[in-house]
Design a protein around this ligand. Structure first.
Ligand SMILES: [Zn+2]
Length: 85
């Protein structure tokens, strides 16, 4: 039992909850030289963390299956509109 954070209705017991991504943000992490260390025999070995860039979740909501499906369809349409044209 949980309250759907999109339609605000309490879901009946046994209903699976789905987490939907409401908002993402661009993120960039710099590389960190010699951040990873592990032992090989008696010696420590150091490896670089390559860092990276992409999108990370900024806001997430617990939703009932109906709202989650609707949100997925909307997100797919928005993405198609953004990259399709
Ligand atoms: Zn809902």
């Amino acid at each position: 039992m949980y309250r759907c954070q999109i339609c605000n209705v309490v879901a009946p017991p046994g209903t699976p909850a789905e987490r939907v991504v409401i908002e993402t943000r661009a993120a960039e992490y710099p590389s960190r030289p010699k951040a990873q260390h592990h032992r090989v025999g008696r010696k420590m070995k150091y490896a670089d963390d390559p860092g990276g860039a992409g999108y990370e979740i900024a806001k997430e909501a617990v939703a009932c299956p109906a709202c989650a499906a609707e949100h997925r369809a909307k997100a797919a349409a928005a993405e198609a509109a953004e990259f399709g044209a």
